[in-house]
Design a protein around this ligand. Structure first.
Ligand code: FMN
Length: 157
């Protein structure tokens, strides 16, 4: 089974989460390509069995580059294929979303778009916590990311 992990990043934190997911999936025996979103020139569902897509949260949603990438995910090719979505965001963002009962997470918005394309969401989204705009990633989040990827791998098999 072969998948593609795609991430956007400005300061490297979302890259680190995406690469951690890709490495963990490989350790679980899956074949994985990992790309910075702007490096994905062509995307064909014929080449992959699953998609993992992640973005830094910007103004409560995904980055422009990830929004553009979603346009390349053709429903005809990706329908019924499994996906997972992740983001990086600040702890205050999670608190705000809970207080307002509203989504401010890039990952939730990615997941919604992929569900609209009739893809199969195997897992709740992963919201990896970072401090401020540049990071660092909050302690324990890399281990939580590995656990998340292991669970995703189990569900894929
Ligand atoms: C222009 C801008 C807007 C942002 N808006 C949010 C936001 O709405 N919620 C949030 O939690 N973090 C916000 N952040 C912080 C980003 O989530 C953080 O910079 C990102 O997770 C870091 O990931 P990266 O290193 O991969 O770029 C914002 C950052 C920038 C630069």
């Amino acid at each position: 089974m072969k998948g593609i992990v795609v991430y956007d990043t400005s300061y490297g934190n979302t890259k680190k989460i995406g690469e951690t997911i890709a490495e963990t999936l490989k350790e679980s025996g899956l074949d994985v390509d990992v790309f910075y979103v702007r490096d994905v020139k062509k995307l064909s569902g014929k080449d992959y069995d699953f998609l993992v897509l992640g973005s830094p949260t910007k103004f409560g949603t995904m980055s422009f580059a990830v929004r553009g990438f979603l346009g390349k995910v053709k429903s005809e090719e990706w329908m019924n294929k499994p996906f997972a979505a992740f983001d990086t965001e600040n702890p205050e963002n999670v608190e705000r979303a809970q207080a307002e009962n509203k989504e401010w997470s890039a990952a939730e918005k990615i997941a919604q778009r992929l569900r609209e394309k009739k893809m199969n969401q195997l897992m709740p989204v992963l919201k990896a916590l970072v401090i401020g705009q540049k990071g660092p990633i909050v302690d324990g989040e890399i281990e939580r990311t590995k656990d998340y990827a292991r669970q995703f791998a189990t569900k894929l098999k």
